[in-house]
Design a protein around this ligand. Structure first.
Ligand code: PMP
Length: 303
């Protein structure tokens, strides 16, 4: 992670090394935090943030689910995100707003702890490497089950959900794979450790229904884009066999963008190379985020 100069913390810009928290912050002990991951892309008109208002809306939705009142308005957080990009003078970056229960009181109940709010940014290339984007990655169905809807809240981008993701990711990598695919408690495919999943069969695009997953903003973008390109898109129950027998599989996410999956559990997917639908969606997606497709201009906020 390349250090930048400024981090926004509780309304002030602090130097990177001075943005610190107390070791007895509630969130550090009990995972009481919610966060976002947003990308800002280089365009011919300067840096542009992709789907800023949708990310900030999800930030506030996550806060509502975990019963955290943010001491800022959506507009103030949006403005602060833009300020962080501007002040750090970067063309492209990954932006991480986080709100967490800070220092105040120990014990599980967070309600008496203050809510701290931070926005950091750093330069981040392809999440699973440039080779992953162009040649595809190998995934494994995880032995870990995705957090159940009434145990954690998958709709919230909550830090506590990411122990589940981290365990799955570590397991997959230790076994020599790039990424994990988690099933839900009923055995249906939910998502990757930090990505949503799609598959293509006979020209139709399928993705798991929106119940046991984080409702990804890239997922939504890909659904809209595919429909606009005339494709049929179905949100469905999806089994591991559907993935094994798919013509193409890919992950979507802010960090992962559109990453082809060419092998799952040592079974080759389709031709074993990124397929034509995946490549077409990637091509359109990267044109959109770089401001080269005016019909999606409303998805960009120029810094
Ligand atoms: N699922 C999980 C568990 C994630 O962490 C992410 C990344 N935020 C996604 C899906 C994809 O969401 P988005 O496209 O909004 O980044």
């Amino acid at each position: 992670m390349q250090e930048l100069r400024w981090i926004w913390m509780n309304g002030k810009l602090l130097k990177w090394e001075e943005a610190r928290v107390h070791v007895l912050s509630h969130a550090l002990h009990y995972g009481t935090a919610i966060f976002e991951g947003i990308r800002c892309y280089r365009t011919s008109k300067g840096p542009a943030v992709f789907r800023l208002s949708e990310h900030i809306q999800r930030f506030f939705d996550s806060a509502k689910i975990v019963r955290m009142t943010l001491p800022y308005s959506k507009r103030e957080i949006e403005e602060a995100v833009l300020q962080v990009v501007r002040e750090n003078q970067v063309e492209e970056c990954y932006i991480r707003p986080i709100a967490f229960r800070g220092y105040g009181r120990m014990g599980v109940d967070p309600t008496e702890c203050q809510v701290d709010c931070v926005i950091a940014a750093w330069c981040w290339g392809a999440y699973m490497g440039d080779k992953g984007l162009t040649e595809g990655i190998r995934a494994k169905i995880s032995s870990y089950v995705r957090t159940y809807i009434n145990a954690g809240s998958p709709r919230a981008k909550a830090s506590a959900n990411y122990l589940n993701s981290a365990l799955a990711k570590m397991e997959a990598r230790e076994l020599g794979y790039d990424e994990a695919i988690l099933l839900d408690k009923d055995g249906f495919v939910s998502e990757g450790s930090g990505e949503n999943i799609f598959y293509v069969k006979n020209g139709v695009l399928f993705t798991p229904h929106p119940y046991s997953i984080l409702l990804g903003i890239t997922r939504d973008a890909v659904i809209q884009l595919a429909r606009n390109l005339g494709m049929q898109v179905e949100e469905t129950l999806c089994t591991r066999d559907d993935l094994y027998l798919a013509d193409e599989v890919f992950f979507t996410g802010t960090a992962a963008e559109i990453t082809p999956v060419v092998e799952i559990d040592n079974r080759q997917i389709g031709s074993g190379k990124p397929g034509p639908v995946t490549r077409k969606l990637q091509e359109h997606f990267f044109r959109i985020v770089r401001g080269e497709d005016s019909s999606y201009r409303h998805w960009l906020t120029y810094v």
